[in-house]
Design a protein around this ligand. Structure first.
Ligand code: ADP
Ligand code: MG
Length: 568
């Protein structure tokens, strides 16, 4: 009696599989990188769990990843002796996509393969990329610590009736860990060659910490063919990339390492790699991705920095290592000082981790400053992808507020487009003689900001005004009151004292008109009742007959609108 159970993939997985096969075909070699990357993660996890429970090693403490092929059967196998999976883990990890926001993400797919291939890059490709080259995949796995009889076999075939389903069944598996067998599609036979697999591994997986081994092959004169020996050969460098000297690491190696730690399919934008010595010793290798992940606005989403202690993996998404406003950063921190048995709870309390975080934050902000100054194109990309997240930092990180403020970019009346290109320093450099404030207007859409009647006087006098219409901008101006000694001022608040920009004649004429129009003003005040505090004559308008102004110390009107919309 077969105890195999047939299960259905989550709808999103089916979509992902379909897309993967059709749109990533031209880059099919990445499947190996993804499977090796997972095998390496599994070894990392085992080594960490074994710190508490040495029994998990089961007399097999040498963690490694094995790649093999079988020409006759037309299969490739990627095996590891890492943590393995139990039945529930198999069903969750290989049958669903557990990331939040997945449904929304798939709702955005267009059906246009080129566009969707790009979207998939943001999503990450992972395990399912096996189906680019295989029409059937068999996974045999056993979690470390479970009995041999508690192994699990997962199988999915893309051909025939059963496409969209997979089976799971219990099996005996002597060694712990995971073995993935790919039954290649018809036209993939070129992968069944040692040199081919080696070259793919060296290209994409050289940086993997654990040895990736293959059986040695030799040319046999008699048989006139390659014969496989019993001896293993390590294909990759098999050391921690971050522990090597910077001068020994090529850009390609940095890039491939990023794809592994960042679970990303695309290239990083920039990175910073340094070893810090002194009271706290640690190495940091931190990357700014080239694009925002699909779940960047989900503050619960996984954070990208992995923590190692003396090369032992401790945890993924160590949120304490990076402030929230830098949640897009990916990479690793390897500490020489933390205890190996450090837990999430200990990290919450640890002063050492605060030091690490401060150090990492400084490095990333330094990297961004460097981009802004020396690689403007890259900074523009960075800003488009992550600018709105970085803005959160002004209120979140007081010790770096000025640095962050210096990195901000805004839209302004100078270009009158939605593009955020103006830095506060640029703005100050263009201030009119006698101007002592940085003026801004906030609104809930760009057009509302741009067409605000409050701008009329500023346009007339040729004074630049920042146009703030992103959600987080209210938060920025609520937390940033000055930059480089210049106050930030809303054009829609207070009596609009343009200082020396306003000439005496203008001030005198306002006074005069206020006197002349007293009756009208009183009448208007009377009929508006307690809807307004005051009705005043102004020169801030050139075209519009009237506008609403908030009092100096009141909440800005856009913020008031947002609060009201939020039911407060
Ligand atoms: P990601 O690596 O980004 O989490 P993947 O699609 O590559 O996404 O893998 C999904 C999950 O399946 C992994 O997070 C892991 O839990 C599990 N997994 C995949 N391969 C292995 C393996 N070789 N050993 C143990 N678990 C694995
Ligand atoms: Mg993966």
């Amino acid at each position: 009696m077969s105890s195999a159970q047939t299960l259905n993939f989550q709808a999103e997985v089916k979509q992902l599989l379909h897309l993967m096969i059709h749109s990533l075909y031209s880059n099919r070699e990445i499947f190996l990188r993804e499977l090796v990357s997972n095998a390496s993660d599994a070894c990392d996890k085992l080594r960490f769990e074994a710190l508490e429970n040495g029994g998990l090693f089961e007399d097999d403490a040498e963690l490694k990843i094995r790649v093999a092929y079988d020409k006759a059967a037309r299969t490739l196998t990627i095996a590891d002796n890492g943590i393995g999976m139990n039945r529930d883990e198999v069903v969750t990890n290989l049958g669903t996509i557990a990331k939040s926001g997945t449904k929304e993400f798939f709702g955005k797919l267009t059906g246009d393969q080129k566009k969707d291939a790009h979207l998939i890059g943001q999503f990450g490709v992972g395990f399912y990329s096996a189906f680019i080259v295989a029409d059937k995949v068999t996974v045999r796995t056993r979690r470390a610590g479970l009995a041999a009889a508690e192994g699990v076999k997962w199988e999915c075939s893309m051909t025939g009736e059963s496409a969209g389903e997979y089976t799971v069944e219990p099996i005996d598996k002597a060694g712990r860990g995971t073995e993935i067998t790919l039954h290649l599609r018809d036209d993939q036979d070129d992968l069944l060659a040692s040199w081919k697999l080696r070259s793919i591994i060296q290209k994409y997986s050289d940086h993997i910490l654990q040895p990736i081994v293959m059986k040695k092959e030799q040319w046999d004169e008699e048989k006139q063919a390659q014969v496989v020996s019993d001896e293993d050969e390590t294909i990759n460098k098999a050391n921690a990339l971050w522990a090597r000297a910077k001068s020994d690491i090529s850009d390609e190696e940095y890039t491939e390492f990023y794809k592994h730690v960042g679970h990303d399919y695309e290239e990083p934008l920039a990175w910073t790699h340094s070893k810090v010595e002194g009271r706290h010793e640690y190495t940091q290798l931190l990357y700014v991705p080239g694009h925002a992940p699909f779940d960047m606005w989900d503050r619960q989403a996984r954070h990208g920095v992995k923590l190692y202690v003396r090369r032992v993996f401790i945890m993924d998404d160590a949120e304490k290592l990076m402030p929230l406003y830098l949640r897009f950063v990916r990479g690793i921190v390897d500490s020489s000082d933390l205890p190996l048995n450090v837990s999430r709870e200990i990290l919450q309390e640890s002063k050492d981790i605060d030091t690490l975080r401060a150090g990492c934050t400084k490095k990333v902000l330094g990297l961004l400053e460097d981009l802004a100054e020396n690689q403007k194109d890259k900074y523009t990309t960075f800003w488009k992808e992550f600018g709105q997240v970085l803005k959160e930092g002004v209120g979140e990180d007081h010790s770096n507020k000025d640095k962050i403020a210096g990195l901000l970019r805004f839209a302004s009346t100078l270009a009158d487009t939605t593009e955020e290109t103006v830095s506060l320093a640029d703005y100050i450099g263009r201030m009119k003689e006698g101007q002592d404030k940085i003026y801004y207007v906030t609104a809930d859409t760009f057009n509302a900001a741009k067409n605000s009647p409050h701008l009329e006087i500023f346009r007339k006098k040729g004074i630049e005004v920042l146009l703030l219409s992103n959600r987080v901008d209210e938060w920025v101006v609520g937390n940033l009151t000055e930059f480089d000694g210049k106050q930030l001022a809303s054009v829609a608040k207070g009596g609009l004292d343009l200082g020396t920009l306003e000439d005496e004649a203008e001030k005198a004429s306002i006074e005069k008109e206020t006197g002349e129009l007293k009756d009208l003003l009183d009448k208007m005040k009377g009929s508006l009742g307690d809807k307004v505090k005051d009705v005043r004559v102004t020169h801030r308008l050139t075209d519009s007959p009237a506008c609403l102004v908030a009092d100096e110390h009141d909440m800005g009107m856009n913020l008031a609108r947002m609060m009201k919309a939020a039911g407060q």
